[in-house]
Ligand binder design. Sequence first.
Ligand code: DX5
Ligand code: ZN
Length: 216
Amino acid sequence: MKLAASLLSADFAHLARDVGRVEGAVHLLHLDVMDGHFVPNLTFGPPVANALRPHTRLPFAIHLMIERPAHYAPRFKVGPEDSITFHVEAADPPEEALKVIRALGCRVGISSRPRTPLEHLFPYLGAVDLVLVMSVEPGFGGQAFLPEALDRIRALRRAIGGRGVEIAVDGGIGPENVRAVVEAGADVIVAGSAIFGKTDPAAAARELWARATKGS
Ligand code: DX5
Ligand code: ZN
């Protein structure tokens, strides 16, 4: 299991500093890229992600909440440890996004909005390395966890079967519900406000990890 810190809740004026604060306490850095079309919010894109790359050893998990993932994915500098995840509802056909991202030599993920039928992801389970289950409506940090995500995680786990596809869960996760998310079958926990929203992000990440792994 892995813990990812979502940069969305970091201080955008001090990204490298904030990443440095959690470097030893998390396994991945989750980067929310938003285009103001796919979701009603704008964040950052390849120039900011690429500028941050030399400042950390943490692998990047890039979450594209954009209409044109196939068009923009090649602008990210990524290696084999990094991943790029796109949404099945985006304007670019999923087959094209898959092919383009795979050719970059990084890991490939697919995601969906919380209310998109899970079956829409099934045709791609043999071609991806991870599925990102959204437990909030994509677009903003600090929202409440949607409890129906737990059933989606369990259903996805069954659909994945013996294939080595990771399940990451993103949105509204904190110390109070992280254990339930893990027990439902998550391999990767993404947390933004529960880490960077706290005065001591490293301590908050360690606490989250302790809760996530308690009893396992
Ligand atoms: C929401 C983003 C999430 C967000 C999670 O659209 O995809 O990654 O940063 O933030 P929290 O953990 O605060 O819900
Ligand atoms: Zn995200």
